[in-house]
Ligand binder design. Structure first.
Ligand code: PGA
Length: 251
């Protein structure tokens, strides 16, 4: 049986308490619907507790946006996977390009974060993707291969892990990768994952991220090798995120 598609929203550093109204509106709009994909919202960690009430009756799960590799300790400003779990998360994004760039996170650190997520009972969405410069100089495959090799632990399973392909030049830019680019990259990633993890690697969900919006979600979600999407800006408004969810293949 193939897993349902995963539609994940990454709110990044956006959202105050008032944003709960968006989640409530989404829960109401989805109420009673059948054959839904898996739906995940990753708000700032400060909102997890508040949003738990809003999603309790519905089909939406909550996640974090990063975690430290250690369960606790002297790491000012960091958050552990155990803390996210305790606050109501069931998943965490690791290795987002904004973390890799802004916080200089390495693939080895990202792999340790994924392992920490599993230790705490969270699933991990491991992000990979090339920069514009790497793409134009023909290095996409080399970069993706190195990120898979370094960031995806060998004991990843389809139950604990998804991988998100997010070409950095498409994030927050409105420039979506073409379907051909997406299918090509996903086929490459799939092959590399299978080479690394065997049959397990073939079953791990592969998400696309980078300027996914209501107008392009359906065709991306129906592209070959796409098992879901990771959505930034367009996940902030219930109406937009709902339209993206409606573009998924029936679950
Ligand atoms: P975007 O962000 O949808 O705003 O391009 C995607 C992401 O960074 O996950």
């Amino acid at each position: 049986m193939t897993a349902p598609q995963l539609i994940a929203g990454n709110w990044k550093m956006n959202g105050l308490l008032g944003a709960k109204a968006e989640v409530t509106a989404l829960v109401q709009a989805l109420n009673g619907r059948k054959h839904l994909p898996d739906i995940l919202i990753c708000p700032p960690a400060t909102l997890l507790r508040a949003l738990i009430d809003a999603v309790e009756q519905g089909s939406i799960r909550l996640g974090g946006q990063t975690c430290h590799a250690k369960p606790n300790g002297a790491h000012t400003g960091d958050i552990s996977a155990e803390m996210l779990k305790d606050a109501g998360a069931s998943c965490v994004i690791v290795g987002h390009s904004e973390r890799r760039t802004d916080h200089k996170e390495t693939s080895a650190e990202v792999a340790a974060q994924a392992t920490a997520a599993w230790r705490a009972g969270l699933t991990a969405i491991i992000c990979i993707g090339e920069t514009e410069a790497e793409r134009v100089s023909g290095k996409t495959e080399t970069v993706l291969a190195a990120q898979i090799d370094g960031s995806v632990p060998t004991d990843a399973t389809p139950q604990t892990t998804a991988v998100a392909y997010e070409p950095i030049w498409a994030i927050g830019t409105g420039k979506t990768a073409s379907l051909a680019d997406i299918e090509y990259a996903h086929a490459f990633i799939r092959q590399r994952m299978a080479a690394k993890l065997g049959a397990t690697g073939s079953a791990i969900r592969l998400l696309y991220g980078g300027s996914v919006k209501p107008s392009n979600a359906k065709e991306i979600l129906h592209a070959k090798g796409v098992d879901g999407v990771l959505v930034g800006g367009a996940s902030l408004k219930a109406t937009d995120f709902l339209a993206i969810i409606e573009g998924a293949k029936p679950g």
